[in-house]
Write a protein that binds this ligand. Structure first.
Ligand code: SF4
Ligand code: NI
Ligand code: CU1
Length: 706
C-alpha cells in the first residue's frame, strides 16, 4: 500500500533535481563555471553536501558535481529504500538551489529569513543543551485552519521548541499574530523549498557540536536521528516535491506528521490532525520531554519569549534602569520565616495605570530549603533575569540595584499584575531549583519609602556577597566542577569550571556548578577533586586530568586549565568568543560570536574560525572561552596572561567595559586596553605588528609563543 507514496517521493526528487540543474546551468551561463558559490556566513560551504558527501563545493562546477551524485541516488522502483535515497538526493539538490538563490543574500521578503547563519546556531546551542530548547519543530505547508495551526505554534513557543516555518504557513502565522524571528526562536524561512534551511541548520549542528567531519555520512545520519530531536509537521495536501523533502527528513531519522491521510510508517510517517494531537505525537516520537506546567498568569510564559525586546512605544509601565530606584534580592531564610507560595504586593499595582508610568520597585525573594546554601543566593537571583524575560510582554535587563523591567501595554491589557510577576518567580524558582528550595515567598514593593529602606539592606547583602566571592579562588578551593551538559551534542567535550574560569558558554560559573550538583547529584555538574598540583602556572592537576580522560572517553589525555598552547581545554561549539594565536605578533587575538566581519589578523572571521575549533577536540593555539575568562587572574597564566592579548574586537572591549581596564591596571599596564588593536586599527598581521611597535605592546617582549 505504500507504493504510490514511494513513487511520488521518487518523482518529486526528480523534479527538484531537474530544477536545480536548470537553475545551475542558467547561473553558469551568466557567471561562468568557476564563479564562487557559498551561503552567507557559514564555515560549512553547502552544509548538506559537506555533511553527507566528500565533495568540496566552492564554485558552481562544484555544485554540478553534487547534482551528479544526487542523480545516482534516484532509482526507479517504488521501494522504501529507493524512496529514502531519493529523499537524500532531494536534500542535496535543494541545498544547491538554496545556495544559488542566496547569490545576493536572503532572497525572500521579510519577515522570511532564508539561510540561518552559523552565529545564530551557536547562540542557540547552549539553549539546546541546557534543556530550555527541548527540541525542534519544522512546520511546513498550507494550513487548512490557520487559527489551529497558530495555536500549535504558540504552544511550541511556550514549551520552548525551536520552530522553523516554510511554505504558506509562514504568512499565515504572521497574519495570526504569532511572534516571529530570532528573538522568539521561531524562524520564518520562506516558501516551501526554503525548508532546506532547517535541514542545513540541523546538519551544521552535527558539524559544529558533534565533532563530525566532512563526508562522514553515517555518523551524520545517526547524529540527526539520535541527537537532534526534531519532527516535521506537514500541513495541507502534500505534492510530490513536499513528499520528496519529507522522505529526506525520514532518511535522517526524523518523524514526519501530516494532517492529511497518508499511509503511515511507524515512527517515521504519521497522520494526525494539526494541533495538540500532532504536537504530542511528534514530541513522543522524538522523545521530547517537557516538564513545563502552565502558570496561572494571563500572558504566555516560556523560553520563546526570552529574547523579546519591548520598545519604549510598547511599554506601559517601567521600573528602574536609572529612571527610578529599583532592586532585586534573593535571601536565604530559616524555614519558619518563609511561607511557601506567599506572594505579597504592597503599593501601586499595574491595573489602571496610565501608559508611560515609572515606578520604584523592590523584588525580595525569600527561600528556604534543607540543601539551600548562602552561596546559592546569587545563583537564584541571577535567574530572576531569565524568568522575567520568559513572560510575553515582560522584559528584564541587568541585575541587583541596576535592574530594569518593562511591562508592555499588551500585557497590562491582558490583565497582567505584579502578583502575576511574583507567581512567575515563585513557580519557576521552585521548578528550576527543586531539591534546593522547599519554600519560596515573593514580596514586591512599589512605594518610594519602602524601596529606599530595602535598598540599603540589599546593598549590604551585595557587598557581603562580593567580599565572599573574592575569597573564592582556584587556589583556595579543593574542588572544581565539571559540566558535561554539552555532551548531548559534543559527546567527548568536558568543561572544567573553576572559581576563576567559567564555562565557555558564559552561562555556568563555579557556583552554578555547585548548585547544579545539589539539584541533580547524578547530573552534568560533578565535583572534581583537583588532586595533585602538577603545574600551578599551566593549571595542570592530577584529579582534573583523570576526570577529563575518563569523561572524554579517553580522547583527551590531559588538560591544562590556564594554557592555550599546551593541552588546552576542548571546545564544544557554544563558546562566547574564540582566542587564536597570531604567530607574527607573538600574541593572541579574541573575537566574539556576534562579530560578523571576516577580516581579522589571523585571516578568519568568527564563523570560519569556529569551524575549526569545536566538537570536543583539543586545538592548541585556538580555544573557545567565556568572555569573562579574559578578566580572570588565571587567564592564560601559562602564556603570560592578559598581556598576551594583542587584538580584540571593538565590541568585546565595550562588553568587558571598565573591568578590562581595571584588570590591566592590576597587572601594572593601565594603558593596555589602548595598546590592544581592534578591527579599526589592524586586520592583517603586518598592520598589527606595526601598530604594536608604535604603541609598544608588551607581548613583543614576552617569551616566544611557538
Ligand atoms: Fe556546555 Fe561547558 Fe556551558 Fe556546560 S559549561 S553548558 S558543557 S559550554
Ligand atoms: Ni504499505
Ligand atoms: Cu557547549
Amino acid at each position: 500500500m505504500h507504493e504510490p507514496l514511494f513513487s511520488a517521493c521518487i518523482r518529486g526528487a526528480g523534479a527538484v533535481l531537474s530544477l536545480a540543474r536548470t537553475t545551475l546551468d542558467g547561473v553558469q551561463a551568466r557567471r561562468g563555471k568557476d564563479a564562487p558559490l557559498a551561503y552567507p556566513e557559514t564555515a560549512y560551504e553547502l552544509p548538506v553536501a559537506f555533511g553527507l558527501t566528500e565533495l568540496r563545493v566552492t564554485t558552481l562546477s562544484g555544485a554540478g558535481a553534487v547534482l551528479d551524485l544526487a542523480r545516482t541516488l534516484i532509482r526507479e522502483g517504488a521501494t522504501a529504500e529507493n524512496a529514502m535515497d531519493a529523499g537524500a538526493a532531494t536534500l542535496l539538490a535543494a541545498d544547491v538551489l538554496g545556495a544559488l538563490s542566496h547569490e545576493n543574500g536572503n532572497p525572500y521578503p521579510p519577515p522570511s529569513v532564508g539561510f540561518v547563519p552559523d552565529s545564530v546556531l551557536r547562540k542557540l546551542g547552549i539553549f539546546m543543551v541546557d534543556g530550555s530548547v527541548p527540541g525542534v519543530a519544522v512546520v511546513i505547508g498550507n494550513a487548512a485552519d490557520p487559527a489551529a495551526a497558530a495555536a500549535m505554534v504558540r504552544h511550541f513557543q511556550e514549551i520552548g521548541l525551536l520552530v522553523f516555518l516554510a511554505g504558506e504557513v509562514t504568512g499565515q502565522m504572521g497574519a495570526q499574530g504569532v511572534k516571529l524571528g530570532e528573538d522568539f526562536k521561531t524562524f520564518p524561512l520562506g516558501p516551501l523549498p526554503a525548508v532546506i534551511h532547517a535541514v542545513n541548520f540541523a546538519v551544521r549542528a552535527g558539524l559544529t557540536f558533534g565533532g563530525i567531519g566532512r563526508g562522514q555520512a553515517q555518523a551524520m545520519l545517526s547524529y540527526l536521528g539520535n541527537r537532534v530531536k526534531a519532527f516535521v509537521c506537514a500541513l495541507g495536501p502534500l505534492d510530490d516535491v513536499a513528499l520528496a523533502i519529507a522522505a529526506g527528513a525520514m532518511k535522517a531519522g526524523l518523524t514526519v506528521l501530516a494532517d492529511e491521510a497518508v499511509p503511515e510508517i511507524p515512527g517515521l510517517l504519521l497522520s494526525r490532525p494539526a494541533g495538540e494531537e500532532m504536537a504530542l505525537a511528534g514530541m513522543e516520537a522524538r522523545g521530547i520531554k517537557v516538564k513545563w506546567v502552565k502558570l496561572p498568569v494571563p500572558i504566555a510564559f516560556g523560553p520563546a519569549f526570552e529574547g523579546e525586546r519591548i520598545r519604549k512605544s510598547d511599554t506601559h509601565v517601567e521600573f528602574g534602569g536609572g529612571r527610578s530606584a529599583a532592586f532585586e534580592l534573593v535571601r536565604m531564610s530559616p524555614p519558619e520565616e518563609v511561607r511557601d507560595r506567599e506572594i505579597t504586593v504592597s503599593g501601586t499595582d499595574l491595573r489602571g495605570l496610565p501608559k508611560g508610568t515609572i515606578l520604584p520597585l523592590a523584588i525580595v525573594v525569600r527561600v528556604a530549603g534543607s540543601r539551600m546554601q548562602k552561596d546559592f543566593e546569587s545563583v537564584l537571583e541571577r535567574r530572576i533575569h531569565r524568568i522575567v524575560n520568559y513572560g510575553e510582554g515582560t522584559m528584564h535587563v541587568a541585575q541587583r540595584d541596576t535592574t530594569w523591567i518593562r511591562i508592555s501595554t499588551e500585557a497590562v491589557e491582558k490583565g497582567f499584575t505584579l502578583s502575576d510577576l511574583g507567581m512567575m518567580l515563585y513557580a519557576k524558582l521552585h521548578a528550576d531549583f527543586e531539591n534546593i528550595v522547599d519554600k519560596v515567598a515573593v514580596t514586591i514593593l512599589t512605594r518610594e519609602k519602602d524601596v529606599a529602606a530595602g535598598l540599603s539592606e540589599a546593598r549590604a547583602a551585595y557587598a557581603e556577597r562580593d567580599a565572599r566571592a573574592r575569597t573564592l579562588t582556584d587556589d583556595a578551593v579543593s574542588e572544581f566542577y565539571s559540566c558535561t551538559l554539552c555532551q548531548s551534542f559534543a559527546p567527548n567535550h568536558v568543561c572544567i569550571v573553576s572559581p576563576e574560569r567559567l564555562g565557555l558558554c558564559g552561562a555556568i560559573n563555579w557556583l552554578d556548578g555547585k548548585a547544579g550538583f545539589e539539584i541533580t547529584p547524578t547530573g552534568p555538574n560533578q565535583p572534581v577533586e583537583k588532586g595533585a598540583v602538577l603545574d600551578p602556572v599551566k593549571g595542570a592537576f592530577g584529579g582534573i586530568n583523570d576526570f577529563v580522560r575518563q569523561h572524554s572517553r579517553n580522547t583527551v589525555r590531559e588538560m591544562n586549565l590556564y594554557s592555550i598552547m599546551d593541552a588546552p581545554m576542548t571546545s564544544c561549539g557554544c563558546f562566547e568568543c574564540i582566542l587564536a594565536i597570531i604567530p607574527e605578533a607573538n600574541g593572541v587575538m579574541a573575537v566574539n560570536r556576534e562579530f560578523a566581519g571576516q577580516e581579522t589578523p589571523c585571516g578568519m572571521g568568527f564563523s570560519t574560525l569556529a569551524g575549526s575549533v569545536g566538537g570536543g577536540v583539543q586545538t592548541p593555539g585556538f580555544m573557545g572561552v567565556g568572555k569573562h575568562y579574559l578578566l580572570s587572574r588565571k587567564f592564560l597564566g601559562a602564556e603570560g596572561g592578559l598581556a598576551r592579548v594583542v587584538w580584540m574586537t571593538k565590541e568585546m572591549k565595550e562588553q568587558l567595559g571598565p573591568a578590562l581596564r581595571e584588570r590591566a591596571a592590576e597587572i601594572g599596564i593601565p594603558d593596555l586596553v589602548d595598546k590592544i588593536a581592534d578591527e579599526t586599527v589592524a586586520v592583517t598581521p603586518e598592520q598589527l605588528v606595526s601598530h604594536m611597535e608604535t604603541v609598544g605592546h608588551p607581548a613583543l617582549s614576552l617569551p616566544p609563543l611557538l
